[in-house]
Unconditional design. Structure first.
Length: 248
């Protein structure tokens, strides 16, 4: 590769709450000659970005359209309720949806949980996004139920959260357009799956060539080792000479 030639970058999208750092680090160690660019994108826009060719793959919230995308499920998140630190809910380590029945629960427009019906009492207006909803929780307007990673992403010193045992959960996976499964996509799949560099579908290192046998300088074959001679004499069967046995 000349100085004027550069490898095309691998473009990786990721949605809020996902931290791709550990996989990106392995990529840089394994493929230092291939740049990797990160694209933070809202949940609702991740699929459109990949459809338009703006990203080669992405960490997204499942499910995805399996008629167009391939996906590898990675993990399922704990769901939590975000509350002010002095709220009565903080007295428990874990709550249920029934515990939220009398609370105003905010339901932002970018909510990623698949609700049959949101818990609690609805707020007068739906916040535009999760960040706005967190601000309203801090103002004492209501509570917010989200995946734990989003609670951490929007952490504030005056807020905390508790696990909601029976709430819907959000799963995160790696997704990419099925018809655009390039070699770089396969490389990244291998990294996410934990494959070694020499495993199948990973970028293999050159295989070591078998060592050539060293020839005898004179071109002669080495003589075979001499075979042991069979023992001879009368004592061959008995392990040595001895007196003949008398007949009785």
């Amino acid at each position: 590769m000349t100085g004027s030639e550069t490898s095309p970058p691998f473009r990786l999208a990721y949605v809020p709450g996902v931290t791709p750092a550990k996989w990106v680090r392995v990529w840089h160690e394994r493929l230092p000659d291939v740049p990797l660019t990160l694209h933070a994108v809202p949940d609702a826009e991740a699929a459109d970005l990949m459809r338009a060719g703006g990203a080669d793959a992405g960490f997204v919230r499942l499910p995805v359209d399996r008629t167009f995308f391939s996906a590898i499920p990675l993990y399922t998140e704990t769901t939590v309720v975000v509350v002010p630190k002095d709220h009565v809910i903080t007295a428990a380590d874990e709550v249920t949806l029934a515990d939220l029945a009398d609370e105003t629960v905010l339901h932002p427009l970018d909510d990623v949980l698949d609700w049959a019906g949101p818990p609690g009492e609805a707020a007068f207006e739906r916040p535009a996004d999760t960040a706005d909803a967190v601000e309203l929780v801090a103002a004492g307007i209501g509570l917010l139920v989200v995946p734990q990673s989003l609670a951490r992403l929007h952490h504030r010193k005056d807020l905390t959260y508790r696990t909601v045992a029976d709430a819907p959960q959000s799963s995160v996976g790696l997704s990419w357009p099925e018809e655009a499964t390039t070699e770089l996509v396969e490389d990244f799949i291998g990294i996410v799956r934990g494959r070694t560099v020499n495993s199948s579908r990973g970028r293999r290192q050159p295989e070591p060539q078998p060592k050539e046998k060293r020839a005898d300088p004179a071109g002669r074959r080495k003589p075979a080792a001499p075979r042991a001679k069979p023992a001879s004499g009368r004592g061959a069967r008995g392990g040595g000479k001895g007196k003949p046995r008398r007949r009785s």
